[in-house]
Design a protein around this ligand. Sequence first.
Ligand SMILES: NC(=O)c1ccc[n+]([C@@H]2O[C@H](COP(=O)([O-])OP(=O)(O)OC[C@H]3O[C@@H](n4cnc5c(N)ncnc54)[C@H](O)[C@@H]3O)[C@@H](O)[C@H]2O)c1
Ligand SMILES: [Zn+2]
Length: 350
Amino acid sequence: MLILVTGGAGFIGSHIVTALVAAGHEVRVLDALLPAAHRTAPEIPDGTDWRHADVRDKEAVADALRGVDAVCHQAAMVGLGKDFADAPDYVGCNDLGTAVLLAGMAEAALRRLVLASSMVVYGEGRYECSRHGVVRPGPRRVADLEAGAFEPPCPSCGEPLAAGLVGEDAPADPRNVYAATKLAQEHLAAAWARATGGRVAALRYHNVYGPGMPRDTPYAGVASLFRSALSRGEAPRVFEDGGQRRDFVHVRDVAGANLAALDGLAGSPDGGLRAYNVGSGEPHTVGEMAGALAEAYGGPTPVVTGEYRLGDVRHITASSQRLRDESGWKPQVPFTEGMTEFASAPLRAG
Ligand SMILES: NC(=O)c1ccc[n+]([C@@H]2O[C@H](COP(=O)([O-])OP(=O)(O)OC[C@H]3O[C@@H](n4cnc5c(N)ncnc54)[C@H](O)[C@@H]3O)[C@@H](O)[C@H]2O)c1
Ligand SMILES: [Zn+2]
């Protein structure tokens, strides 16, 4: 198959390109090389048809779609950004960009799309109260965070909650601009699928890490911030009490999930979108991750600072059983092995 990978020069996209080429596919890459993501020109693997263009550019997109069998849409502005002034750029790249791509696909009668979505569409993870069952705690209060009370309490009785695994049917609750644009991408793709009879697998990646991750910028993930601190000889600074639970999934496993989804579009129905969590299924706390990375790097030991960022969620861990059941995909990189590799893996200039 000829696959168009948008954002194929990025962290995850470049691993997808490598995996597709290794699986014998032809690959075309369209990437605008956003300055926030690339300080230096990335390497484009041999044998890929490379297009330096923006997904908002209608002509470039129409041209890039010619002869393509399926699209793997990774291009997006990522991370939390600096402040709200970034909002128009996020909406432009992520939502206008997706709309232009989908319009091009409709025009070209293309029917298969794998969309890079995110766990951020859920907001907080899944919580259960022993008295009230599954509950949805709202954003945490500043006074609680100041007092070091990081666990969100039951909204009905104030008792402590047990954190669990979030499934794809959990209600969406995007908490920031980036999250809102990722959810809007899913909605746009679902609308395209309904209008054209297309099929979409929306892969909701959890915390992706691995070789080639961008160095610390306001757009980078926590694993990269810790890894960057270690390479400066500094201790990773762990916010809150370090007990925040996440699902750290290796970038090669994420690339594998894209291939599995492209293969059969998993269980997505004709004329519809089906969402899939993409996580390792092995939750860890941010403190554990910092510890594993620091140990593999050879120190210094992480410092737990008690600081917090408004808008951070406490726990978000996924069940990725749906993708396993419907596509046969299985994560291959265990946590300790992946973190050990990541401790000495090259990062990308951010
Ligand atoms: N890294 C994670 O942990 C994570 C988690 C969940 C979801 N995602 C999603 O995965 C996808 C890839 O993210 P990444 O971590 O590889 O980020 P990245 O910044 O490394 O890659 C994104 C790529 O998209 C390109 N791009 C951005 N806007 C574009 C536009 N308008 N036109 C053309 N190209 C454009 C950038 O130049 C970059 O090469 C994104 O859709 C992101 O939302 C990432
Ligand atoms: Zn309760």
